[in-house]
Write a protein that binds this ligand. Structure first.
Ligand SMILES: Nc1nc2c(ncn2[C@@H]2O[C@H](COP(=O)(O)OP(=O)(O)OP(=O)(O)O)[C@@H](O)[C@H]2O)c(=O)[nH]1
Length: 482
């Protein structure tokens, strides 16, 4: 479970940087102020992505970053081990040592490193670089990894020798680990294989490919001296096959699937234009893009909600992270609009906030549409505590019917208790098979009522405090039941 105390104190996180704006500028040029934008930024970005050596087509990354930001397949290869060496003892030179020279060789022999049992310590090849994937708070998306696709760590260093054992001989250098940063909430899996890790805490890491071990060194000696040498070390070359030991072990190559599920306590859902991004910016320091056309939000925005000041010193324990998801439309589960894949980002949330445009033509139907799309994605989502925010009550058409809308929405659903997601087994992402229209109708209302329905204007700051109170109460309810 997500530990609130370990979440970063930073006030907001933006998972997509400038890529979303770029998308809008490429797709809705008429809505952009090009004077302000300047062509320089786009050209740089294009140039940068076109240099990408591999992975996904860079054009697709620019045009449709929302399709790629949360999933990637990469291949990693750890480094091979460095080679050891085949060495001769210093006194094996053909010339018979005499006088000073003999003394010198004896001195060298004496200074060669020995183990605690007196045996000679021979240098070994360096360890190949490991590959480690770790959770980095500074990362928002997996887009960067698409550009590269393949990551290889360096091989270990060889034992650098002229063929004679001397005290100066060192082990080959061990190659440093290659560390691949991913956003918090990244699930690491073997491609079409088992789950390796779920990196939800800052700094959490997993070793995905171990570097090859370095080769050992062996002593070569003429047949008549082998027995004597064996008393000094067991690493004495006996035949050609022993040379294999001097070669470093190869590194491992693994294909990995990385899937991002953002780490947030509260998920904001609703139709496009309902005001989700405005709500996020009203209660956190996040600065998502806001505009009065649908699908301004293409990828989840995260914002940090401060703790409840009413709790005094305890307030930090009630701080929470909010995720603003792209707008859902009817048929999203069939791929309409932006589709529904981003709904995986609700998996870790504990409370859902339905944002409904109360000034829209049929707000109740809008609300039902979103609930139904959630069900089609994962019925377990309907069991989470949620509140409904009827937004835009500063507009007369919304204000006039606020009372009736509140009553109608409060009646939808049953008296069953919303469950803490932690005690519900996680359902698959598959579509739920439907049987008949009748059953569908029954299913639709077969979920708990909202914990609260609040009318607000997040733009004008009307009743925002009341909404915050309700969000905090729902979060508290979850914590208490944990
Ligand atoms: N009058 C009024 N307008 C609002 C209010 N909240 C949001 N809006 C406007 O509604 C439009 C859509 O707001 P967004 O916050 O971008 O809506 P969204 O739900 O994030 O939209 P998507 O990104 O498409 O999912 C913007 O023009 C906002 O200024 C409100 O309380 N009152």
């Amino acid at each position: 479970m997500l530990s609130l105390s370990t979440l970063p104190p930073s006030s907001f996180l933006r998972p997509h940087g400038g890529d979303r704006r770029l998308f809008q500028r490429l797709h809705y040029p008429e809505r952009c102020n090009f004077e302000k934008l300047g062509s320089y930024k786009i050209e740089c970005k294009l140039a940068k992505l076109k240099q990408a050596p591999g992975g996904t087509n860079p054009d697709s990354l620019i045009k449709e970053p929302h399709k790629y930001f949360d999933q990637v397949i990469i291949t990693v290869r750890s480094g091979d081990g460095g080679h050891g060496a085949i060495l001769k003892m210093p006194n094996q030179s053909p010339a018979k040592p005499v006088g000073k020279l003999e003394k010198e060789k004896a001195r060298i022999k004496g200074s060669i490193k020995r183990d605690f049992d007196g045996s000679l310590v021979l240098p070994v090849g360096g360890h190949g670089g490991d590959i480690v994937v770790y959770a980095d708070e500074g990362r928002d998306t997996l887009l960067e990894l698409h550009k590269k696709g393949r990551f290889s760590a360096k091989r270990g260093g060889n034992v650098d020798s002229t063929g004679v054992l001397t005290p100066q001989l060192r082990n080959g250098f061990a190659s440093p680990s290659m560390r691949i940063p991913v956003p918090l909430g990244t699930v690491v899996k073997q491609k079409r294989g088992k789950l390796l890790a779920d990196l939800t805490q800052p700094g959490q890491e997993i070793l995905v490919a171990r570097g090859g071990q370095g080769g050992i060194s062996l002593l070569d000696a003429p047949e008549h001296k082998k027995k004597k040498l064996m008393s000094l070390t067991s690493n004495v070359l006996r035949d050609d096959s022993d040379k294999v030991l001097t070669h470093g072990q190869p590194g491992e190559e693994v294909s990995l699937e990385l899937i991002l599920r953002v780490v947030a306590d509260v998920g904001l859902v609703g139709l496009p234009n309902a005001g989700k991004s405005t709500l996020l910016s009203a209660i956190t320091l996040a600065k998502p893009d806001i505009a009065d056309y649908p699908f301004t939000t293409l990828m989840p925005n995260l914002g940090r909600l401060d703790g409840d000041p009413a709790l005094g010193p305890e307030m930090y324990s009630s701080a929470a992270t909010l995720a603003d998801l792209p707008g859902l439309i009817e048929g999203a589960h069939l791929g309409k609009g932006l589709g529904r894949n981003f709904l995986r980002h609700l998996r870790r949330t504990r409370v859902l906030v339905h944002v409904v445009d109360a000034a829209a033509e049929d707000p109740v139907n809008d609300y039902r549409t979103v609930r139904e799309e959630l069900r089609m994605y994962n019925p377990e989502y309907l069991r989470r505590p949620y509140l409904v925010v009827l937004n835009k009550i500063d507009l007369p058409q919304a204000n006039e019917r606020l009372q009736s809308l509140t009553e109608e929405i409060s009646r939808i659903g049953t008296d069953v208790l919303a469950m803490n997601p932690e005690v519900v087994p996680e359902a698959s992402d598959e579509l739920v098979p439907r049987t008949s229209d009748e059953e569908e109708e029954k299913d639709l209302e077969d979920y708990a009522r909202p914990v609260a329905v609040v009318g607000v204007s997040v733009l004008k700051g009307v009743r925002v405090k009341e909404m915050l109170k309700q969000i905090r109460a729902a979060l508290r309810q979850c914590r208490d039941s944990e």
